[in-house]
Design a protein around this ligand. Structure first.
Ligand code: NI
Length: 228
């Protein structure tokens, strides 16, 4: 499932992020790529653990913790500390699949990447190119969202960022280990949860049909979720 989550950051937040990121100390992204990805990765990143990356990353995590659509879609067990990248001057990232297991920096913890997230911090009119292209069962989907919006997609999918030929594309990206590893099961839970949410305003809270649907949701989640 590929899902766009609007307004993770407000316009004011995006402006505050950009004031700091536009003058940040960007480093060659190839340093942190795996052997296979190194030859196709041409971008810049903020150093992991830098004061700015940590502060902005924590801000993003706070917003996500209070975002019902994100929680419903991702069912997060663990979230990788958000990273930041910048593509300009032809910068691109060729087709790749993200690593399955990520070591969380500074911790003796690893994370299985079930979902990949890109939070756009540049508006589409600021740059040409820079589309995130994701291969899925129905072909390639091209994603370029407003600043402050985020896309979630299965980490198992082949994806790429097309060359940025004008301006700069700044984004945050990170991975989520979900309580429900299987994308198909997670998608069913998401669809059921969203349908229940949409029925709720027009239905009495004690309506037995709503109670039953809600019970089915929780009992499927109980069946499929893996907690530590
Ligand atoms: Ni990737």
């Amino acid at each position: 499932m590929l899902i766009a989550i609007d307004h993770v950051l407000s316009a004011d937040d995006v402006r505050a992020f950009r004031r700091q990121l536009d003058h940040a100390d960007w480093q060659d992204g190839a340093q942190t790529a795996g052997t296979l990805a190194r030859s196709v990765k041409h971008n810049e990143q903020l150093a992991d653990g830098s004061e700015l990356a940590v502060a902005l990353g924590q801000r993003i995590l706070r917003e996500l913790a209070a975002h019902p659509l994100f929680i419903s879609a991702a069912l997060p067990a663990q979230i990788y500390p958000p990273k930041f990248n910048r593509y300009a001057g032809g910068g691109t990232y060729g087709a790749h699949v993200d690593s399955a297991i990520m070591q969380i920096p500074g911790k003796q913890l690893s994370l299985r990447s079930d979902l990949s997230a890109t939070l756009f911090l540049s508006d589409p009119d600021e740059y040409d190119g820079g589309e995130l292209e994701i291969e899925g069962p129905f072909g390639v989907q091209s994603v370029k969202l407003a600043a402050g919006d985020m896309v979630l997609y299965p980490s198992s999918s082949l994806h790429r960022v097309t060359p940025v030929t004008r301006g700069a594309r700044i984004a945050s990206f990170f991975w989520i280990e979900s309580l429900v590893q299987d994308d198909g099961e997670r998608t069913l839970l998401f669809d059921l949860d969203q349908s229940i949410q949409q029925l709720t305003p027009d239905t009495q809270a004690d309506d037995p049909r709503l109670l039953k649907l809600s019970g089915v949701y929780h009992n499927l989640l109980r069946r499929w979720a893996r907690t530590r």
